[in-house]
Design a binder for this molecule. Structure first.
Ligand code: DER
Length: 232
């Protein structure tokens, strides 16, 4: 369908333009990055590239293994050449909301330690401001024992926090790191407000990481509905 084709075109173009031999590559989480891994594996085989992959989640680790790519970790490769990842929404200044899949903690660590952080997404993620289209709030990874006071402090920041519940699992979602996810709605977020909100959330003891990727992305590839790919 249109969205899957858009994801694939964005991911393939990003990999074709950025991937080169002997790189250490961060592999993000979600459904769009699946196409990036598909293209990386294709190029590794056809061009005999030496690529080392660092995962950002259990899902990413499985993707790397199943694609037959070289698996490593952030301890052995803490200076990545590039990280490819999806996003829930990207604004015109390349700020992003991530964590829709509950994997933003490891994604942010990998993105922060990559020379180039590349977002691949479909047209639904391209916005002027954050939370214009993405209406599920900012994902925040929270220490389980502290989630009640953390929710209280997020409300004091004028956020509307919701503990993310499992779908086919009773009780809250538990991340790959054993923590909870709280989604916080702050309404539409202009770029110049993001840093302040991100820092304020980080100051709450028990908040482990937020899904606000402020000024972290170097480039974003969007697969558009008309079949084109827009790069910002
Ligand atoms: O959870 C995440 O951060 C994912 O990268 C998510 O934001 C993108 O998932 P998608 O590619 O399935 O839309």
């Amino acid at each position: 369908d249109k969205t899957e084709q858009a994801k694939k075109r964005a991911a393939f173009q990003a990999v074709d333009e950025v991937l080169s031999d002997r790189q250490v590559v961060g592999i993000g989480s979600g459904s769009t990055v699946v196409y990036a891994v598909e293209r990386i594996a294709e190029r590794v085989r056809s061009e005999d590239l030496k690529i080392t992959c660092v995962p950002t989640s259990f899902q990413a680790r499985e993707l790397i293994i199943n694609a037959g790519l070289q698996l490593s970790d952030i301890s052995q490769h803490s200076n990545l050449d590039v990280a490819f990842d999806g996003a829930d929404e990207v604004d015109s200044k390349l700020n992003a909301i991530k964590g829709g899949g509950g994997c933003h903690l490891q994604e942010k660590i990998v993105a922060h330690n990559a020379k180039l952080f590349i977002i691949v997404a479909d047209f639904r993620k391209k916005s002027k401001f954050l939370c214009e289209q993405w209406k599920r709030g900012i994902p925040v990874e929270v220490l389980p024992l502290a989630y009640v006071p953390v929710m209280k402090h997020l409300k004091k920041l004028n956020g509307k926090p919701t503990l993310r519940k499992g779908v086919r699992k009773a009780g809250p979602v538990v991340t790959d790191n054993g923590n909870f996810v709280v989604d916080v709605d702050f309404g539409i977020l202009e770029p110049d407000k993001l840093q302040t909100i991100d820092i304020a959330m980080h100051m709450i003891p028990g908040v482990i990481e937020t899904g606000l990727f402020v000024g972290m992305a170097d480039r974003a590839y969007f697969g558009m509905e008309d079949g084109s790919v827009v790069v910002i």
